[in-house]
Ligand binder design. Structure first.
Ligand code: 5AD
Ligand code: FES
Length: 345
């Protein structure tokens, strides 16, 4: 039964939601193992043994939104806000570049005051000095802004859908619209960005059905990258008292996403590494092929508190780069220091 369902979702152009729901509902260790092994095999077939690196620079924690799950939400008065200047960002890029990393992810809260021309100048400065791919992750913006940054040299963009279920999405955000999120994803694609999406696992109201829909949403949109992580409650948010997402369920969604999407880049997310132990290792064995070491300067790292218990916040800049080698070796793989562009191009 398991084997047939796994083979079906792997080979079908349009996998059945019911098959995904069946697989997501498996809970015996032996069954989970079978799912993870199938995903690991697919990862090997489509992505090989190399693990790609993306150096993360969290350049501002200002945010205009009030997402109910996120510690950066504008109602969190207790959070000290910061913004890196252009020179500070360039020095982070210099560090990750010297570690051999060839992608920088510039991430921030959805900052109201973000000047598109300032970000353009940052992109141009990075491109002038380094041979490196740039991924942006600065939220919902106008198509004009996305275009300015693309023209300046940005290559990729991350914007997670968080959940593909419109109602559930509505219950997690106020003053935001699901349609606008979809509009952004469409615009980014039309402008020629490599587009990353993703979701959170363990949200209240989420079911195996909505998770199956998420996986089908990833497949239909043919995303280049998909980040999947457990929800972790943050005390200064509306969802403070909710349960965190389960590791097993997160790994199942990751594994099934690998099987269904085949050659999308899938990170073992920082959130997955921030639970009781570093479950990124399990992620790497269940379909993931990317790691995202943090290159935010030490004094700001702890202020980028999307969720509590985020790993590596006291390690100095660059520590993560070494750590990556160890992680890779611990799963019998190696770090691939190439750019790691989309395989969907
Ligand atoms: N727990 C886990 N992940 C979270 N994110 C935001 N808040 C949380 C949380 N409380 C994730 C979202 C977002 C990414 C930057 O961090 O998926 O897209
Ligand atoms: Fe950051 Fe290990 S990944 S120190």
């Amino acid at each position: 039964m398991m084997k047939e369902k796994l083979a079906a979702i792997f080979s079908e152009q349009f996998p059945k939601s019911s098959d995904l729901e069946f697989l997501l509902s498996r809970d015996k260790p032996r069954e989970l193992q079978e799912i993870f092994e199938f995903a690991d095999q697919a990862r090997k077939q489509f992505m090989g043994e190399g693990i790609l690196l993306r150096g993360l620079v969290e350049f501002s924690n200002h945010c205009r939104n009030s997402c109910f799950y996120c510690g950066l939400n504008k109602n969190n008065q207790e959070l000290e806000r910061y913004r890196l200047g252009k020179e500070e960002i360039l020095s982070c890029v210099e560090k990750l570049n010297s570690c051999g990393i060839k992608t920088v992810v510039l991430q921030s809260g959805e900052e109201d005051g973000l000047d598109p021309l300032w970000l353009k100048s940052v992109i141009e400065a990075i491109k002038a000095e380094f041979e490196i791919a740039i991924t942006l992750s600065v939220g919902e913006r106008t198509k004009e802004e996305y275009k300015i940054w693309k023209d300046a040299g940005a290559n990729r963009y991350l914007l997670k859908i968080e959940t593909s279920n419109k109602e559930l999405y509505g219950s997690l955000h106020s003053g935001m619209s699901f349609e606008n999120r979809l509009r952004c994803l469409r615009d980014l694609r039309a402008l020629g960005y490599q587009v990353g999406c993703g979701n959170m696992i363990g949200l209240k109201g989420q079911t195996v059905k909505t998770l199956a829909e998420d996986i089908l949403f990833f497949k239909e949109n043919n995303f280049d990258m998909i980040g999947i992580g457990p929800f972790i409650p943050h005390p200064q948010t509306r969802l403070a008292s909710q349960k965190k997402g389960e590791v097993e369920l997160t790994l199942k969604v990751l594994a099934l996403t690998r099987i269904v999407t085949k050659n999308a880049h899938l990170p073992a997310t920082t959130a997955l590494g921030s639970l009781e132990e570093d479950f990124r290792i399990k992620g790497l064995k269940a379909g993931a092929n990317v790691l995202m070491p943090n290159f935010t300067p030490l004094k700001y790292k702890k202020l980028y508190e999307i969720y509590p218990g985020k790993r590596c916040i006291s390690e100095p800049v660059g520590a993560c780069a070494f750590c990556m080698e160890e992680l890779a070796h611990s799963v019998g793989r190696y770090i691939d220091y190439s750019r790691g562009d989309s395989l969907k191009l």
